[in-house]
Design a protein around this ligand. Structure first.
Ligand code: GP9
Ligand code: MN
Length: 725
């Protein structure tokens, strides 16, 4: 026993002993910080396991560097590495407290971190327990200083140190493959920095972020103003002015952009068991005051929602890989809808019931010029209020009313729904239509979540009517992308009553709803072939703004002689005549494959293919080279992201102040009487709440409690929807 104790004592005094102790302490404190300082939202045993494991590979790798050095130097190097990684953790703890996101090198390098006032507010936000992240380092230093642990000067063989490094790399590979297995596309699509930390740890995140920033900045550094010339020439050559009949007809109106998550066009007028799935949207679709499109395609790539948002707000395409909002959202110069409208005296606001960091919205929206971003922390999120990626649509929209009524008019408000999201699960009490019976579990729930979304929209529209906002607003609806991927062709064939879904059918299946509804508008169903890239030029024309000076790849949907080539992100396309999928071309009318042997047809097809790839690559060059920094259209004021804060308390104070000044908010015009009680919802979760409470479930009171609820309920993902489809 004594011998064992002695051996143990000498082990801690050896270099390996000290190394192991340092690793264990670092691991323990990181784990503590994960639990106590961040809301990483781990769900399920695999995510918990990965969270516990993920500090180890990088700690072994980094601390292992010290083993290559001799004597005291080795100890000093280990302590320095420990300090640097601890400091990185400390900085992130502080940043996270303020922004619920992790630091990026773009923010640190640029004026970002300073402009976010991090420096100024550090003293205000630091808590005593934050310093616990240096505790392990302190323990090591004390142990060495008091000689409780002695310095072991014996060298370690390079081969042994190398073996440890190799082990750490393998361990990291194991961690990564488990993470990819739980969430495919983790590194390529980068949904959220929170995910990288949750799955791979804070140190891997640092490397990941640095590599990402280096890649972006290398292309950026090589780009210059002359690169923009070819883009400008292309845009000029292809420019089609907006339809003059519509110019300015919505001038000065409020604009609602309603994001219908994963909703495809085939749901419109679709019946299941003789019942319309989306009766509300069908009614809007056929309404005399709605301009509807039945050949409107989504054009997203890996960035899905983020790509859709990017196209709608900037008329630039998403990138071939990843999401531009993530890779370039923070660093690039943009000329986006909110900034343009800000110039016209609009208040601009985005609403979404997920964490602010998802798709890097928190940073990108500032760069786009959004005055406000109401993300999950602004909502009262009780148990059962969420499903999948965020709040249930009915509750989300109902609670949004309290903020909408505070926006000085005219406003531009984008509301992003999320309940109709893969894997289309909905709790029993919210199901109001039977599942379909294809036997494909992803597909069968789709009608239920689509119905739920439809009802939520119905409730929202009723509120607009009750407040009178329906008379003063233009309401734009769009489906962001497909809901049912091409992996489910068999079930889709069954739903559509087809024998099978060919590549051609699948291309046509990418249609999503697009509707513009406004009192007094002469509506109808328009059959032009168009896509998401065309939305911004259309809205600009309706609002009376010319897009002639802008770098935009879309064309007014309503323009008379417009080109009808709809580019998909992978270079495929659809026109009224031809549909390209891979190397095959089809007749859009018949679905039959077209033979390229006819030289005349070949010429047309080659020209179209070429046109699409040129368009996509020029758009990519604008984003990758950050080319908009070289050119500011006249009448456009450059955006300074430091003008905006999306912090709960700041926003509430700001809203109060601007309302008083502008006197145009719905609340103000209603003599400060909230219109929220005009909002009628049948959300069962809210009914249950009001039964339990003696007072009514007034939403304005829920708003004030949301800052506390935000931290407890914040989660960046859900295991149930963790795999992208
Ligand atoms: C999350 C939501 C989902 O905030 O917008 O994005 P998606 O998975 O559809 O791209
Ligand atoms: Mn989406």
């Amino acid at each position: 026993m004594k011998r064992f104790a002695k051996k143990l004592g000498s082990f801690w005094n050896s270099r390996w002993g000290f190394f192991l102790l340092a690793v264990l302490l670092f691991w323990a404190k990181t784990f503590y910080a994960y639990q106590a300082k961040f809301n990483l939202g781990s769900k399920g045993s695999m995510q918990h396991l990965l969270l516990a494991l993920n500090p180890l590979p990088t700690t072994l790798l980094l601390f292992g560097i010290a083993l290559y050095f001799k004597g005291r130097k080795s100890y000093i190097i280990l302590l320095v590495i420990d300090f640097l990684t601890s400091f990185w953790l400390f900085a992130n703890v502080l940043y996270y407290r303020e922004f619920s996101d992790f630091l990026t090198s773009t923010l640190i390098k640029g004026s970002g971190a300073a402009s976010n006032n991090l420096g100024k507010s550090v003293v205000g936000i630091v808590q005593p327990t934050d310093f616990l992240v240096f505790l392990d380092l302190l323990i090591l230093i004390i142990l060495l200083a008091t000689r409780l642990i002695k310095v072991d000067v014996r060298p370690i063989k390079k081969l042994v140190a190398g073996t440890l490094t190799a082990f750490a790399v393998l361990f990291f590979g194991f961690n990564l493959s488990m993470a990819e297995n739980d969430r495919s596309g983790l590194l390529t699509r980068t949904f959220d920095n929170n995910y990288i930390v949750k799955y791979l740890g804070l140190n891997s995140y640092a490397v990941y972020d640095t590599v990402k920033a280096a890649k972006t900045s290398a292309v950026r550094a090589n780009a210059d103003a002359s690169d923009l010339t070819s883009v400008q020439n292309y845009i000029k050559e292809n420019y089609v002015p907006g339809n003059p009949e519509y110019t300015g007809i919505a001038k000065g109106k409020n604009v609602f952009v309603i994001h219908l998550e994963s909703l495809q066009q085939f749901m419109i007028d679709f019946k299941w068991q003789d019942e319309e799935v989306t009766p509300v949207l069908n009614k809007i679709y056929h309404n005399n005051n709605t301009l509807s499109f039945d050949n409107f395609f989504h054009q997203v790539g890996q960035g899905k929602t983020a790509d859709a948002e990017l196209m709608l707000e900037t008329s630039l395409f998403g990138l071939p890989e990843g999401a531009a909002m993530v890779t370039a959202g923070t660093s690039n110069t943009w000329q986006a809808a909110p900034a343009m409208l800000d110039e016209q005296g609009y208040t601009t606001a985005a609403f979404h019931g997920d964490v602010a960091s998802f798709w890097n919205r928190d940073n990108t929206y500032k760069k786009w010029g959004y005055d406000y971003y109401f993300s999950k922390s602004f909502y009262d999120v009780k148990k059962g209020y969420e499903i999948g990626y965020g709040m249930k649509d009915k509750i989300f929209l109902q609670q949004s009313a309290q903020y909408i009524e505070q926006l000085p008019q005219p406003f531009y408000a984008k509301l992003i729904t999320v309940t109709n999201h893969y894997p289309y699960g909905l709790d029993k009490k919210n199901q109001t239509i039977e599942k379909t019976d294809t036997g494909d579990s992803t597909v069968d729930g789709y009608v239920q979540t689509a119905r739920y979304l439809d009802q939520a929209i119905g409730e929202f529209m009723d509120w607009l009517k009750a407040t009178g906002l329906d008379k003063t607003s233009m309401i734009v609806f769009y489906g962001d992308h497909y809901g049912i991927s091409s992996n489910h062709r068999k079930a889709v064939a069954q739903l559509l009553g087809k024998e099978k879904i060919t590549d051609y059918d699948n291309a046509q299946f990418q249609k999503v709803p697009f509707m513009i509804h406004m009192a007094g508008l002469t509506g109808g169903i328009n059959h032009t072939y168009v896509g998401e890239i065309d939305v911004l030029p259309t809205l600009m024309n309706l609002l009376g703004l010319s897009n002639k000076d802008y770098i935009q790849f879309g064309t007014d949907l309503l323009a008379d002689k417009r080109d009808q080539t709809v580019a998909f992100r992978n270079g495929d396309f659809v026109t009224p005549e031809y549909t390209k999928v891979g190397s095959t071309y089809y007749s859009t009318k018949t679905g039959e494959a077209v033979k390229k042997s006819d030289p005349k047809i070949k010429e047309v097809l080659d020209q179209l293919t070429n046109h699409v790839s040129t368009e996509l690559s020029l758009s990519d060059s604008v984003i990758n080279g950050d080319l908009l920094r070289f050119y500011t259209p006249k009448d456009f004021k450059k955006v300074d992201p430091s003008d905006f804060s999306y912090k709960y308390s700041t926003v509430l104070a700001e809203l109060k102040k601007t309302q008083k000044k502008a006197k145009t908010s719905v609340l103000y015009q209603n003599d400060q009487k909230s219109t929220v009680d005009l909002y009628k919802t049948d959300a069962p979760e809210l009914a249950a709440d009001s039964e339990g409470e003696s007072s009514s479930s007034s939403s304005s009171s829920s708003g004030s409690s949301s800052s506390s609820s935000s931290s407890s309920s914040s989660s960046s993902s859900s295991s149930s929807s963790s795999k992208a489809d």
